[in-house]
Design a protein around this ligand. Structure first.
Ligand code: FAD
Length: 490
């Protein structure tokens, strides 16, 4: 059967909109099927500069996002590690980028995701909301379409040359690719979160920062969304699940009371009563990856593919970056410049590497917090990383994420992560001591690597390519075209 579409994208979150837009911008026929009707609620409100100034600019939506009135985020303020006083991490410490692009936003996801989805429509994507996809259609080992229910309840099929599954953590299709999800034991946490109708702000220039504070039971995020709206969530051990399930609102408020730095910011502030912010929500077991991210005809991106702990606000970055990588592979295959196999292999190698550097950073970051009396923090020591998980990580990253091909066996990984944690801890110590002549955080390997790809993305969007482009990725020999939307064979 002749395919009606070049690409069908499942899900209209940031990953789905990015993939669909990037392929439609090359003139291809794209259908995006979304289960809900937008705007819809989603968690994941604190963004990174790479999304705002990198991916959004490549997609032609950066100006609209900038004018939407979201809270400007200059970085993060953290009560974390050995210092009892909060310390700041500012994006402007990233030396490669001009000052105005060293910022991000705190966004109401219903509005942010809607802007991206409308932009997809504008560039020619056929968007159908209220249209849940039921299954992928396959023939001869290749995915060639999807079956979905349309807005009037009719079951339909769409035939296509490629499918990208961007349907998030509740994906029904991901099992087609790479078997079951691999769940992280180290990051097996529980999040309980809700909203206040206001809240005090940190002193300028950091009033728009995300504030993360460690406390005995775990850590709390405090995200200023609007003057009259603050997102507050507690990340705690899964052992609290029974209490949270019994009464999530009480458990959430008890956690906030147990964290004096956050409690002080909320004294006498009422909880939000406007929908959808009037509910207290729970997510658990949300850190996972897959052994493979593509199969002939289909790729997984965003939360359908992988996610790791929210403390560094990496979710939307990984989702939109992964989606852009998959779109490059689809665009290159459609125009015949790079085979599907080679293009998707490049997508997967780069996506795994990016996931891996964030994963490593987070392990080192968790290791910094000192709290011997806490069950949560004692369990989050590098030395407690399970050997099976370290082995799975080594396989996932294949030595690439660590930046050191020699590091690959789990025992070495433990020592490697401990060294990264000690280096990070030392750098934060210098930061709070006020030594900012050479940014101590950036001099650490783990921070430099974590922000490397994001900087490249921003430079690609601003100047048409990274200024210090090291050339094609060593493994496959593929570089990026100057519009950022496809692979260039060398
Ligand atoms: P989603 O945003 O989930 O979008 C998927 C879309 O697919 C949805 O609109 C859904 O309706 C649709 N869909 C689902 N099933 C179907 C179907 N069968 N057919 C059609 N459509 C379907 N990230 C950050 O960047 N910053 C943060 O501060 C942050 N905080 C977080 C806190 C917590 C507790 C958690 C769990 C995550 C957090 N994240 C954060 C991560 C962030 O929420 C996700 O990484 C991000 O939303 C992923 O985007 P996505 O497009 O892959 O998926």
């Amino acid at each position: 059967m002749t395919p009606e579409y070049d690409l069908v994208v499942v899900g209209g979150g940031p990953a789905g909109s990015t993939a669909a837009t990037a392929v439609a911008m090359r003139g291809h026929r794209v259908l995006l099927l979304e289960r809900d009707t937008f705007p819809r609620y989603q968690i994941g409100e604190s963004l990174l500069p790479a999304t705002v100034h990198g991916v959004c600019r490549l997609l032609g939506v950066a100006d609209e996002v900038a004018q939407a009135g979201f809270t400007l985020k200059r970085g993060g303020t953290l009560r974390w590690g050995r210092d009892p006083q909060p310390w700041q991490f500012s994006f402007s410490m990233t030396p490669r980028l001009p000052e105005p692009t060293a910022t991000a936003f705190q966004v109401e996801r219903s509005r942010f995701d809607d802007i991206l989805l409308r932009n997809a429509r504008r560039v020619g994507v056929e968007v159908r909301e209220n249209s849940p996809v039921r299954r992928a259609l396959t023939e001869g080992g290749r995915v060639h379409g999807v079956e979905y229910t349309d807005a009037d309840g009719t079951t339909r099929t769409a035939h296509t040359r490629f499918v990208i599954d961007a349907s998030g953590n509740t994906s029904r299709l991901h099992g087609r690719v790479g078997g079951a999800r691999v769940y992280s034991d180290f990051f097996r946490n529980l999040a309980v979160f809700g909203y206040y109708a206001g809240g005090r702000r940190l002193p300028e220039p950091n009033s728009g920062n995300i504030f993360c504070a460690a406390f005995d039971a775990g850590w709390i995020w405090y995200i200023p969304l609007r003057d009259d709206l603050t997102s507050v969530g507690a990340v705690i051990a899964p052992e609290h699940y029974a209490a949270v399930q019994h009464d999530a609102r009480t458990a959430w408020q008890d956690m906030i009371k147990a964290c004096p730095e956050v409690d002080r910011l909320l004294t006498d502030v009422p909880v939000a009563s406007e929908p959808p912010y009037d509910q207290v929500r729970v997510r658990k077991d949300y850190s996972y990856w897959k052994n493979s991210l593509w199969t002939p005809g289909m790729a997984l991106v965003g939360d359908a593919a992988c996610f790791v702990d929210p403390v560094l606000s990496s979710g939307v970055h990984l989702a939109t970056y992964g989606a852009l990588l998959a779109a490059r592979a689809v665009n290159s295959a459609l125009d015949g410049s790079v085979s599907e196999e080679r293009g998707f292999a490049e997508f997967e190698a780069r996506y795994r590497r990016e996931y891996g550097v964030f994963y490593e950073f987070l392990i080192a970051f968790y290791d910094m917090e000192r709290n011997d009396r806490s069950y949560f923090w004692s369990a989050k020591k590098v030395t407690r990383v399970d050997l099976d998980e370290a082995a799975a990580f080594a396989e996932l990253a294949g030595g690439v994420a660590s930046g050191d091909a020699a590091v690959g066996v789990p025992a070495d990984l433990g020592a490697h992560w401990s060294a990264a944690a000690a280096e990070l801890d030392g750098a934060v110590g210098k930061l709070t001591a006020g030594d900012h002549r050479v940014n101590p955080l950036l001099s650490t390997r783990v921070v430099a690597e974590t922000f490397h790809t994001g900087n490249d993305l921003q430079e690609q969007a601003l100047y048409g390519g990274p200024l210090d482009d090291p050339g094609p990725a060593a493994r496959s020999g593929l570089a990026v075209t100057t519009d950022g939307l496809a692979w260039a064979a060398s």
